[in-house]
Ligand binder design. Structure first.
Ligand code: SF4
Length: 68
């Protein structure tokens, strides 16, 4: 699973960081970024993705297809 944050959409609310702190952190502009390699399990990461208020986090499977 590959995780990408669209920083143009991210509003820096920090929800993803609270839910999956081993996968997301805020950069020095207050936007979320992905910690590689990701440190949380897939269910936790999916929870963070689903909780983002602006749907800025995308994940793709190993085929590069976007998971919704
Ligand atoms: Fe940005 Fe979404 Fe994470 Fe909030 S939950 S910091 S908007 S990526």
């Amino acid at each position: 699973m590959k995780i990408v944050v669209d920083k143009n959409l991210c509003i820096g609310c920090g929800v993803c960081v609270v839910i999956a702190p081993k996968t997301f952190k805020l950069d020095n502009e207050g936007k979320a970024e992905v910690i590689e390699p990701v440190g949380d399990n897939e269910a936790t990461i999916q929870d963070a993705i689903d909780s983002c208020p602006v749907a800025a986090i995308k994940s793709t499977n190993s085929n590069g297809e976007e998971k919704l």
